[in-house]
Design a binder for this molecule. Structure first.
Ligand SMILES: Cc1cc2nc3c(=O)[nH]c(=O)nc-3n(C[C@H](O)[C@H](O)[C@H](O)COP(=O)(O)O)c2cc1C
Length: 369
């Protein structure tokens, strides 16, 4: 048992989850202000080994374990939390206009399941505030910016197709020169807008056609739903085909409570939101494997998140087809030491199986099955 789990976590878990989240982001923001503090954090948390270095869609990562979108929603803590040993760091989702997200409470812990119920609803400071912030700040590791349409709340009138696309474009123009990669979140499980726009035929193609003229120089990923199996993936791949600036994919959380839970139903039945963490791992791994099987492997890369708590979990996703992985929920349950532990374990697993690098192991389960 780590110090974090025996001493720190019980104290933190007494605090309301959103307050605790804000406090830890605030602490990282504060720690990132001093160069000495950043150095101390790097020494304490970063684990380096040449075996872990990887090239993903023209980017170089010192290791394949990144921070997933949703922790640093408005890019305030990049300098500090970027020193926790991650190979890359994703902020957002951010939208063209600021959004206060869904009503509180909007995040809940399910410790028995090592899961969270997430219902933030895309709260962020808005691209006009965030773009200058990320342009001027130090960036310890490659930075991803995750873009979504502004959540205007449950009472807002439905947006037209053009308004949806325009929202993505406005953010793109503001941030595209300050990101190492962009992610288009096309599947947030938690907005109240009631319309799964990008699941409708032509929805993705429409966005990509508009992005085509933006001359995006950094790699672009699409974060899509993990539901729908090969049919949904096949349709998505067809819509993306012909848009050479798309470098790959990520899989989002499934909406609602579609995964088996240990926690008694009366504790979560009435809570709004989607499940993250361990319970979604199986479902996401299935869709990851299917996506890897269907996609053009020379062209696309997958960055996969969902229930990674150990080196074995990360390694499984890599062998199923992920070029790199991300985590968020494990940071809450295991503390920041989790990143180095996963990287150390990955070195051991790669060595055990005779791989000279992470990249050599990508999709290996498909080669042997
Ligand atoms: C508190 C929280 C907030 C999240 N917010 C976002 C978000 O704004 N945009 C997004 O693309 N994904 C968001 N996600 C999804 C994560 O990026 C990730 O895909 C998912 O949680 C699976 O990883 P995990 O099981 O390691 O948490 C959020 C997840 C959590 C737990």
């Amino acid at each position: 048992m780590s110090f974090y789990k025996t001493v720190v976590r019980p104290l933190l878990f007494r605090v309301d989850p959103e307050r605790m989240h804000d406090m830890t982001v605030g602490l990282s923001k504060w720690a990132g202000k001093a160069a000495l503090m950043r150095l101390v954090m790097l020494r304490a948390y970063a684990y380096r080994d040449p075996v872990l270095e990887c090239e993903v869609a023209r980017m170089h990562f010192a290791n394949p374990v990144g921070l997933a979108a949703g922790w640093d929603k408005s890019g305030v803590a990049i300098a500090g939390a970027g020193c926790l040993g991650f190979g890359f760091y994703e902020i957002g989702s951010i939208s063209a206009d600021p959004s206060s997200g869904n009503p509180r409470p909007r995040i809940f812990r399910l410790p028995e399941d090592r899961a969270l119920i997430v219902h933030y609803g895309l709260q962020n400071d808005g691209a006009e505030t965030i773009a200058p912030r990320i342009a001027r700040g130090p960036r310890p590791v490659p930075l991803g910016v995750n873009i979504v349409k502004t959540n205007r709340g449950i009472d807002a009138p439905p947006d037209t197709d053009d308004a949806i696309y325009d929202d993505y474009l406005r953010t793109t123009r503001l941030v595209k020169d300050h990101a190492d990669y962009l992610v288009y979140n096309l599947s947030c499980p938690n907005t109240e807008m009631g319309r799964d726009f990008f699941a409708e035929p032509g929805g993705i193609r429409g966005l990509l056609e508009r992005l085509q003229s933006e001359e995006l120089r950094c790699p672009v990923f699409l974060k899509v739903s993990p539901l729908g199996g090969s049919k949904a993936l096949d349709r998505m791949l067809k819509e993306v085909d012909g848009h050479a600036f798309v470098s790959g994919f990520m899989l989002n959380l499934p909406p609602g409570k579609q995964v088996p839970l240990e926690t008694p139903a009366h504790q979560w039945r009435d809570l709004p939101g989607a499940i993250s963490g361990k319970p979604v791992e199986g479902l996401i791994n299935e869709q990851l494997s299917e996506l890897y099987r269907l996609m053009d492997k020379k062209r696309y890369h997958i960055i996969a998140a969902g229930g990674i708590f150990s080196a074995e979990d990360a390694y499984r996703k890599i062998r199923l087809g992920a070029s790199a992985v991300q985590l968020l929920t494990a940071l809450v349950y295991e503390g920041p030491g989790i990143v180095a532990r996963i990287n150390r374990g990955l070195c051991r697993l790669l060595q055990r199986d005779g791989f000279a690098s992470v990249t050599d192991a990508v999709g290996e389960d498909h080669a042997t099955s």
